[in-house]
Ligand binder design. Structure first.
Ligand SMILES: [Zn+2]
Length: 205
């Protein structure tokens, strides 16, 4: 299958053009990792290659790219943050993707953060769960709320908890544009389970 797809849609590195990878290991290795800040790690700066690769899987429906990316990200985590990975494994951290709005998931057909984090969890020997946190289902569309305070409330509660979270949790998102989404998800969890230990992991930001 993959061979047939390669013939129809040849895979080339988005940086150097070499075939076989969306971003080849040599080009990937030129993107340096960032430092851990407290309880969060944004693995890479929002580098142009990372931008390209993220736009590939977001807008071209290329799920192969997710395999490629998750493998290289996992290798990078193991090589550059061995103590952190060791700590996650010892404490049995569970990786959880930030849920997408249902309509966006349907439009794309998949939640790219879910697929990525599932593969990363597997590569690192960690558990994965996407069953306790949801986007709030019955948020009325923003435009239909005339009252300003209603609109703010609507924006401030995008997540809901549907079952107890694991004790140690890695919240995963592909791109950290602002910290607002991660903070909001974290607040939703901590409101009911204040002891939950939450680490933020993003690929770029
Ligand atoms: Zn390359």
């Amino acid at each position: 299958m993959s061979l047939i797809l390669d013939l129809i849609f040849p895979v080339n590195c988005c940086s150097c053009g070499q075939s076989g990878h969306y971003l080849c290991p040599a080009c990937f290795s030129k993107i340096s990792s960032q430092e851990i800040k407290g309880n969060s790690l944004s693995l890479f700066k929002y580098h142009s290659h990372i931008k390209k690769i993220i736009s590939l899987y977001k807008y071209s429906f290329v799920t192969d790219v997710l395999s490629d990316l998750s493998t290289q990200v996992s290798l990078r985590l193991k090589s550059d943050y061995p103590n952190l990975v060791d700590y996650w494994q010892t404490k049995k951290y569970v990786i959880t993707p930030i849920p997408l709005h249902l309509f966006r998931q349907n439009w794309r057909g998949f939640n790219q953060s879910a697929l990525l984090s599932q593969k990363i969890a597997k590569n690192l020997g960690l558990s994965y769960s996407d069953s306790f946190l949801r986007r709030s289902q019955n948020r009325p569309p923003q435009a239909k709320l005339k009252d300003r305070s209603q609109r703010l409330l609507n924006l401030s509660q995008p997540f809901s908890l549907i079952s107890p979270p694991p004790a140690h949790l890695i919240l995963f998102d592909d791109v950290k544009t602002t910290s607002a989404t991660l903070n909001s998800a974290s607040q939703t969890i901590k409101k009911q389970h204040p002891q939950t230990d939450i680490f933020y992991l993003t690929l770029a930001g």
